[in-house]
Design a protein. Structure first.
Length: 183
């Protein structure tokens, strides 16, 4: 019984620490946030923080990892032929359900690291499967991935800036229409 309580307490503490960082990122850039800031906001001591994370960057990476792990699960669960519709919608629903976090992750200050991670997830093998061929020129594919991911990220940023007024279904349709060049 003590193990379950301990585990529940640990999960709760990590949740509070993560929420505190997300809240602090509303007003400060990651390099301006100290462990002391996070501890004060979380109402924990530094020892507790360091038992879970090395620093604010490690905490941010942990938060990003959770989001990307969920997207990776969606990729594994979704048949390739459903990527365009089902996978995109699942990813948009995940963003919608985690809008405070995603507003920060998709903000201009975080864009580069996020883009790199998305491009990594949208690997050549996944794009090849989606296109149904492995005969695509690698140079073309590199540019195609960066162009497409950049456009999708831009649409998502705009959606987040507008406080997610459209539904995930509407945004999925907009993205698919843009990618397919259909108004």
């Amino acid at each position: 019984m003590a193990g379950i309580k301990g585990n529940r307490r640990t999960l709760y503490t990590k949740k509070i620490i993560k929420e505190s960082l997300i809240d602090l990122l509303q007003d400060k850039r990651i390099h301006e946030i100290t462990v002391t800031d996070i501890c004060k906001k979380s109402d924990i001591n530094r020892g507790t923080f360091y038992s879970h994370y090395k620093d604010a960057y490690d905490l941010l990476k942990s938060i990003q990892d959770e989001l990307f792990n969920q997207i990776s699960i969606y990729i594994e669960e979704t048949p390739v032929e459903d990527y365009k519709d089902v996978l995109l919608l699942k990813a948009l629903e995940l963003i919608y359900d985690n809008k405070d976090l995603c507003k920060i992750l998709f903000s201009k200050q975080m864009e580069t690291s996020l883009m790199d991670r998305i491009i990594y997830v949208a690997s050549k093998s996944e794009i090849d499967k989606m296109l149904g061929t492995s005969n695509v020129n690698n140079i073309f594919l590199d540019y195609f991935i960066k162009y497409t991911v950049g456009g999708v990220v831009s649409v998502i940023q705009t959606w987040l800036e507008k406080d997610l007024k459209e539904s995930p279904e509407e945004i999925a349709k907009i993205i698919n229409n843009i990618i397919s060049f259909h108004p």
